[in-house]
Write a protein that binds this ligand. Structure first.
Ligand code: COD
Ligand code: ZN
Ligand code: ZN
Length: 376
């Protein structure tokens, strides 16, 4: 079909309002404007953050909206001035832009591009209009990339070309979950060989942290989760022990401090909960332990803990999408994957047709999946 320059009608999952389930609709997707790219999405993961959009607990979202931010696809057409990709290229949309021009992009040591949704909401394209309509109504973008649509438009700062041979139904995980966890261990914590690590929360992101700790050469990797079904995969990926806090009478941080000779070198919070964040910090070794916060805290929450935990030399750091400058790093991660350096495929417990997206969310809620990938 000759689609460039024309509006495309296709299927998308629309969240009409907070608390409403996604509904599959026919939407119109306008052609890309200058410095924009229209992508045919081939596969998209479901991430916990998409669920937060449905419940209204993700900040600064406007409804109706098409969620989805862990996709991979093929460029259908490009707007004026796009030089970094062409129709037919395989690409991964990025949930964090790398504009290459802002103060953060120009610093070598941060990936927090100032075009992030958290500073400048990405519910409309940069020219403040939407490329999506449904039943005559404007539909908003999500993080500029809205991968729960068969076709989607995004700025060229938030999509990157990848290896032509990459399997899109696997490498879609590099758009969010895998990169977030793996990078937290390698970039943010900079885990050292022979060290001890504790990973709180063994979902798709926590298991990617486990993979990162193992790749960095940690000798002890302790997985912690209240759902023991997660332990088999965690051990397969490199966890040396797994603990369920519900099996102990004393707080889990005390158990960890005892079993690691005064605490771990690195602890990661990958649940998105303030209690587990405090427990992770308290399980770090006095004087040198580093606690990395990966999970998004509840909206509007405030943290309270004994400041002596920091005074006595522990470090608390945040990790934003694994610390990767995404345009530079995602193609390299895909290449490393193609060379067999890591196997995030094991995280994909279910692959479903896009039409079964609601079933995918049901599996997510039931805790019966690690990552669900939808294919168009
Ligand atoms: N103690 C230990 N484990 C727990 C506890 C607890 N008290 N409560 C729940 N858990 C376990 C669950 O059983 C589950 O296995 C795991 O924690 C959470 O896993 P999932 O599968 O629900 O979630 P993930 O791994 O896909 O994502 C978790 C995050 C916390 C990383 C995610 O929700 C998040 O906050 N992501 C933000 C990272 C980011 O930067 N995102 C931007 C785009 S998404
Ligand atoms: Zn995500
Ligand atoms: Zn930038």
């Amino acid at each position: 079909m000759d689609t460039p320059g024309k509006t495309i009608k296709c299927k998308a999952a629309v969240a009409w309002a907070v608390g409403k389930p996604l509904s599959i609709e026919e939407v119109e997707v306008a052609p890309p404007k200058a410095h924009e790219v229209r992508v045919k999405v081939i596969a998209t993961g479901i991430c916990g953050t998409d669920d937060h959009v449905l419940t209204g607990s993700f900040p600064k979202v406007n409804y109706p909206v098409i969620p989805g931010h862990e996709g991979a696809g093929i460029v259908e057409s490009i707007g004026e001035g796009v030089t970094c990709m062409k129709p037919g290229d395989k690409v991964i949309p990025l949930c964090l832009p790398q504009c290459g021009e802002c103060a953060s992009c120009l610093k070598p040591n941060t990936n927090c591009c100032l075009k992030t949704h958290l500073l400048e909401p990405q519910n409309l394209m940069p020219d403040k209009t939407s490329r999506f309509t449904c039943q005559g109504k404007l539909v908003h973008h999500f993080l500029w990339i809205s991968t729960f649509s068969e076709y989607t438009v995004m700025p060229d700062s938030t999509v990157v070309k990848i290896d032509d041979g990459a399997p899109l139904d696997k490498v879609c995980l590099f758009g969010c979950g895998f990169s977030t966890g793996y990078g937290a261990a390698l970039n943010t914590a900079q885990v050292t060989p022979g060290s001890s690590c504790a990973v709180f929360g063994l979902g798709g992101v926590g298991l990617s942290v486990v993979m990162g700790c193992k790749a960095a050469g940690a000798s002890q990797i302790i997985g912690i989760d209240i759902n023991k079904d997660k332990f088999v995969t965690a051990k397969e990926l490199g966890a040396t022990e797994c603990l369920n806090p519900l099996d102990y009478k004393k707080p889990i941080q005390e158990v960890l401090v005892e079993m690691t000779d005064h605490g771990v070198d690195y602890a990661f919070e990958v649940v998105g909960c303030l209690d587990t964040l405090t427990a992770a910090l308290a399980s770090c070794h006095m004087g040198c332990g580093v606690c990395v916060m990966v999970g998004v805290p509840p909206l509007g929450s405030r943290l309270s803990f004994d400041p002596m935990l920091l005074f006595t030399g522990r470090t608390l750091k945040g990790s934003f999408i694994g610390g990767w400058k995404m345009k530079d790093s995602v193609p390299q991660l895909v290449s490393s994957y193609m060379e067999g350096k890591f196997k995030p495929d094991i995280l994909i417990t279910h692959t479903l047709p896009f039409s079964k997206i609601s079933e995918g969310f049901d599996l997510l809620h039931a805790g019966k999946s690690i990552r669900i990938v939808l294919v168009f």
